[in-house]
Write a protein of this length. Structure first.
Length: 511
């Protein structure tokens, strides 16, 4: 069973970087043919990214348009205010640069604007020195007994694509929830960040039969159903119809609805039609009691809302496809895929992750089931020239222990998400939980930690398995992508602390 990971639905604050001329560094890394050199990695695996990338990302340019941008700023300011029993956040600001931090938040956010130590060895551009520094920093930390029997690690400089550190880089490991990074990259690459999932209502030619058609949006809520019912009632009344037979269609997804782990509070049965992820309480993240029939429950709620809107539906709705010749009379679109990815990563949301895998399968013409998702995600990542040897995506969420990835793949996925040639993947970075502030990292760092606010990483926890993969800005101002995987762990809390120490070591840099 997977550990319970709770958190806020937010995105992190931008990080300042030193003033650097990216063109000077870029010219030194570029071959005559215009291809950026990637030392230590094959060109096939990691197309190197521009030397100015860390500057752009850390300055927050990509965050300014992030769909959860204002929500994160509110969360971080409220977090700081709560700790100091002062002020709140500006809920109304919509400026690209965001509101100023609350006065009480300044000590907490100090690392975000700390000056880069350009006197440190790596700032002189010595890659051998960089590798030696990381060996000195990470080597002892990786030997922590809490990390179990097998532990692997990779660190990549996103500005050059260079692998700065590796231990067991190509060893397939059970990733737990860090596999959501792969699922998210595949979905964004296949569909684009602006893709929205449609839920529709179809009416038969005589308007006497109505079908609620699920498109696979797990975040559909009662407010959306109410709007669909109102639009449907308006269309039907315009045709003089006040009573219908109601059906619901879940055929967009195929295969077993139940995840291989069985009924579990961490995930509902996977269905193309559900409301609030099948949650039976008022929660929007973390474990919760789940419906065993999310599609039927959603259809019955819709029927009641139609009745309220003046359209009688008679007996309980039945499962079935729209009648021949049916046409849409109402439609609801989900939030953009970028926002779904961010929520999936920040909250470690299993239901959204499985939906992302199935949407990727549909885009590839595969059946929208676990097997189709596996093939589609694998094929999509192969197009990005990532190291897939030994990889197996048995599900989209990481709940399945048959999932296998390497630390090299996870770090490579994050480096690819930072590549300016792939802006469609940027939500993978903006959705990562922020150390000490958001999502599944909200309680794992303290305001005194060197990594607080600088580390953004996806967590992973199963019994005996702990992982952490994300990005960090080090003291030299580099944006580093990292992945740490451990198996055979016996204490989740001690393993998490050891993983956090590794990431904090990267943030602290060479001294």
């Amino acid at each position: 069973m997977c550990a319970r990971e709770r958190g806020w639905s937010t995105v992190d604050e931008p990080v300042k970087r030193p003033s650097v001329n990216p063109l000077d560094k870029l010219s030194r890394l570029t071959r005559p043919g215009g291809v950026i050199r990637s030392r230590g990695l094959s060109d096939r695996q990691f197309a190197a990214v521009s030397a100015g990338l860390g500057l752009v990302l850390a300055a927050g340019v990509v965050l300014a348009a992030g769909p959860w941008d204002s929500g994160q700023r509110k969360a971080e300011q409220d977090w700081a205010a709560a700790r100091n029993r002062t002020g709140g956040a500006d809920h109304g600001s919509g400026t690209p640069s965001g509101p100023e931090p609350a006065p009480s938040a300044r000590p907490v956010l100090a690392p975000l604007s700390a000056a880069v130590d350009n006197a440190a060895p790596d700032a002189r551009g010595n890659p051998d020195g960089a590798a030696a520094d990381l060996r000195t920093t990470l080597g002892p930390l990786l030997k922590a007994p809490a990390l179990g029997t097998v532990r692997t690690a990779v660190v990549i400089d996103t500005a050059t694509g260079e692998r700065l550190y590796g231990q067991g880089s190509d060893t397939p490991m059970t990733p737990a929830s860090t596999v959501k990074i792969a699922t998210s990259v595949a979905a964004l690459s296949a569909l684009g960040p602006g893709h929205r999932i449609a839920t529709t209502v179809q009416a038969s030619p005589d308007s006497r039969s109505v079908t609620l058609v699920g498109g696979g949006d797990p975040t559909l809520d009662k407010a959306a159903l109410r709007a669909l019912a109102a639009d449907t009632a308006r269309a039907l009344k315009g045709r003089g119809v006040k009573k219908v037979r109601l059906a619901y269609d879940t055929s967009r997804y195929s295969g077993p609805a139940q995840h291989p782990i069985g009924p579990n509070e961490n995930i509902a049965p996977v269905s193309a039609l559900m409301t609030d992820e099948g949650r039976l309480d008022s929660s929007d993240s973390g474990p919760a009691p789940r419906s065993d029939d999310p599609a039927g429950d959603t259809a019955r709620t819709f029927a009641a809302l139609l009745d309220d809107a003046g359209i009688a539906t008679g007996p309980d709705p039945v499962s079935g496809r729209p009648a021949g010749g049916s046409r849409p009379v109402a439609r609801h679109l989900s939030v953009p895929l970028s926002a779904l990815v961010e929520r999936a990563l920040t909250n470690s949301d299993n239901d959204i992750a499985e939906a992302l895998a199935r949407q990727t399968a549909l885009a590839a013409g595969e059946p929208a089931d676990f097997a189709g998702g596996r093939r589609a995600v694998t094929a999509q990542l192969r197009k990005l020239h990532l190291p897939l040897k030994g990889a197996d995506f048995a599900d989209g969420s990481g709940l399945n222990r048959k999932d296998k990835v390497t630390a090299g793949l996870l770090a490579g996925l994050l480096a690819r998400a930072a590549d300016p040639d792939h802006p469609e993947l940027r939500p993978v970075l903006t959705g990562l939980p922020v150390a000490g502030f958001s999502g599944t990292l909200s309680g794992r760092y303290t305001e005194k930690s060197a990594g607080t606010g600088l580390i953004r990483a996806k967590t992973g926890t199963l019994t005996g398995v702990n992982s952490l993969a994300g990005t960090v800005v080090d003291r030299q101002g580099r944006l580093l992508a990292f992945a740490f995987l451990a198996s055979g762990t016996t204490s989740p809390s001690e393993a998490q602390s050891s993983l956090d120490a590794l990431a904090t070591g990267l943030a602290a840099g060479a001294r």
